[in-house]
Design a protein around this ligand. Structure first.
Ligand code: SME
Length: 182
């Protein structure tokens, strides 16, 4: 199979099956590759094409990608990583917006209506709902997991994401956490 085929999802596929394909392809791609830029770039592509193969609201995803821990910042901050979609905010401090909340709390933020989330950062005015999942890793080898990146997916419809998205994106976050050198 050529690499690009990994991003082809069958017509009429269920959300479960689409995410299963994302996870299976990602696991295969990460087998011989631990570079985080490379792996996040391919993961963004898999997610984007999975959403586009599904009915609304998933089809109306307008941004899917990653922010990573900014190594050049003295205060904890995220910086834009690989993504699919329009140009986005470059840096986000821990605690700011939906992404910063996920990074600060190490907990998934499932936001049904971004207008109701205090401090939401409107990178794109079309975004109506959002899910952000932290990726953690034990980078110091002391058994303490810290946030190394976050998965961010935005949708132009309210209630774009549900518990199924949360479950599978958390599985993807676990896979990425252990499959890359952060
Ligand atoms: N809306 C996010 C910012 C990132 S962009 O949507 C890509 C937030 O509030 O953290």
């Amino acid at each position: 199979m050529v690499h690009a085929d990994a991003s082809n999802f069958s017509e009429g596929i269920t959300k479960d099956d689409a995410y299963e394909q994302v996870l299976m392809q990602a696991e295969g791609l990460f087998m011989d590759q631990r570079n985080w830029v490379c792996n996040l770039a391919n993961a963004a592509s898999l997610l984007w094409h999975a959403y586009k193969s599904l009915p609304a609201p998933s089809k109306e995803v307008n941004w899917a990608g990653f922010y990573v821990l900014d190594p050049s910042s003295r205060h904890p901050q995220l910086i834009l990583g690989p993504f699919q979609g329009k140009v986005a905010c470059q840096t986000i401090a821990f605690g700011r917006g939906v992404c910063g909340a996920a990074a600060a709390t190490q907990e998934t933020q499932l936001v049904a209506d971004v207008d109701k989330f205090p401090g939401h950062i409107a990178c794109d005015g079309d975004t109506r709902s959002e899910i952000v999942v932290p990726i953690v890793a034990d980078t110091d080898g002391n058994g303490v997991k810290k946030v190394v990146a976050i998965i961010d997916v935005d949708c132009t419809m309210e209630n774009g994401f549900d518990e199924l998205d949360k479950k599978y994106l958390e599985d993807l976050a676990l896979l990425l956490g252990r499959s890359c050198d952060w």
